[in-house]
Design a protein around this ligand. Structure first.
Ligand code: ATP
Length: 458
């Protein structure tokens, strides 16, 4: 592993992928059958980290705001939704094939540009070599490829039963806008938030969890008076930035803003900024803030025939609300959090890998470690486990030397280890070890639960 300085170590994508597998965070989906490109499974520590990230987002966006409400909608919706949203016609990426090795690529990635214009891309790839076989001038002309994954609902497989796996979670927020507004008696401005899976038939899934075909998104759509769109846009940019830096703990020096140019904006966006993070494979999009204007509500009103305009009783005016969207991918946040927290330190001439996640995000909060497997020790340790467990994830481990067990817990980011030794039986006390300082203190067993709760809450 490369080491930059005493504190942080920048990983390569391969190093991050193998660390995530070795430590039980992420496995290749159906690995024993050779995997499936663009699909991943979260292991015991991955599922904890991902749940903690989602919970942190939900608390920040939903619980912290009196006027933001949750939603959990179906992955498969009436295909008319995706026609009205513009995805059937416009959710495309430019694709090229190498005529020599038959590999398929995203034209904008090969060209090294953000442009989506086919003519511009055609010119830009002229002198580029194939990333796979190095052949020059062997690309086909760029053509548009629709990224929605399709399926059939019902027993027949014909056009009438064709539908889509949702390409983003936002779509069903718009179709439920009126339902939610009515039930919560919402007044503009108010927001609807959703966390859920989305599917994109990416041409070249790559860079671990960064570009997958099954992904999870956390999206909040804020419905506003059109006059306030500039102010709200700036506010949600700042709010999203604060979530990433203060709640998740990403370092500002690894983050930047990227404003979309005209050719780059999605078909629905009138303004767009991405938060870029310094991922192991480069500086890339982690989250997006979009001003979607009244595009979605107007399109759905028109296609469904349902009036989605809003009557503002303070001004006696009717208008179609504009939407500001804050959107991020859970998988991308997952690798950003891992990359940020992954630290290599030198301790007494030896390398210590420690995952310095915030305790709230750590997959395991406390590890209970009896010094030996002897019956009287494991009996006491198990009773301590039962006492402490339940509120949060606690791990019990009695195999290997205590030094190795500490290192293992450091590598998965466990903030506290509790060691039970032979003195514990006599003095009814245990050793509490803190992950980052490696400091140790002796604590009475009767006070342990309250002491841990206090430390983990701070
Ligand atoms: P990109 O330009 O990287 O393809 P995008 O601009 O199409 O991403 P959005 O449609 O704005 O992405 O989706 C919102 C968020 O969902 C992104 O900021 C990103 O975090 C996440 N996301 C999008 N596509 C993928 C994917 N294929 N795999 C993992 N996460 C993704």
């Amino acid at each position: 592993m490369k080491q930059k300085d005493n504190k942080t170590s920048k990983l390569s994508v391969d190093e991050l992928t193998s660390y995530a597998k070795r430590r039980g965070f992420v496995f290749q989906a159906s690995e024993i059958y050779g995997g499936l490109s663009g699909f991943w499974d979260y292991g015991p520590y991955g599922v904890e980290l991902i749940n903690n990230l989602k919970q942190a987002w939900w608390k920040t966006f939903v619980y912290n705001n009196f006027n933001i409400f949750g939603l959990d909608s179906a992955i498969i919706q009436n295909p008319k939704l995706w026609e009205a949203s513009g995805h059937v016609a416009g959710f495309v990426d430019p694709m090229i094939d190498c005529k020599k090795c038959q590999h398929r690529f995203r034209a904008d990635h090969v060209a090294g540009t953000e442009s989506a214009n086919l003519k511009e891309l055609e010119t830009a790839i002229l002198d580029k070599a194939c990333p796979q076989c190095d052949a020059k001038g062997a690309f086909t002309k760029p053509r548009q490829f629709n990224m929605m994954l399709t399926t059939h609902v019902g027993p027949a497989e014909d056009d009438a039963t064709l539908t889509y796996l949702r390409p983003e979670t936002a779509g069903s927020i718009y179709t439920n806008y009126e339902n939610v507004r009515e039930t919560v008696r919402g007044k503009i401005p108010f927001g609807i938030a959703q966390i859920g899976k989305a599917f994109r038939n990416e041409i070249t899934p790559r860079d671990f969890l960064f570009r997958t075909r099954e992904l999870e998104q956390m999206e909040m759509q804020y419905f506003i008076n059109p006059n306030t769109s500039k102010k709200e846009y700036e506010q949600w940019r700042e709010y999203t930035w604060k979530f990433l830096t203060e709640v998740v703990g990403l370092n500002k020096s690894n983050m930047s803003w990227h404003q979309h140019g005209e050719g780059e904006k999605a078909h629905y966006a009138s303004a767009a900024h991405d938060v870029y993070y310094n991922f192991p494979h480069g500086n890339k999009e982690l989250a997006g803030i979009h001003d979607r204007s009244s595009y979605d509500l107007k399109s759905h009103s028109k296609a469904s025939g349902k009036d989605l305009s809003y009557f503002d009783d303070s001004t006696n005016k009717r208008y179609v609300p504009h939407v500001i969207e804050s959107s991020m991918g859970v998988g991308r946040l997952f690798i950003a959090a891992l990359t940020e927290a992954y630290t290599v330190e030198q301790v007494n001439g030896e390398e210590r890998i420690v995952l310095k996640l915030k305790p709230q995000l750590a997959p395991v909060k406390v590890a209970i470690l009896p010094l030996s497997k002897k019956l009287e020790l494991s009996k006491l340790a198990k009773s301590i486990f039962t006492d402490v467990a339940g509120e949060y994830n606690v791990e019990y481990d009695e195999t290997q030397s205590i030094g190795k067990r500490y290192r293992r817990q450091d590598e998965i980011g466990t903030p506290y280890c509790v060691t039970i030794d032979f003195d514990s039986i006599q003095d009814q006390a245990v050793t509490l070890r803190e992950r980052d300082t490696m400091g140790q203190e002796r604590i009475k067993i009767s006070e342990l639960k309250a002491c841990l709760a206090k430390k983990l809450a701070s």
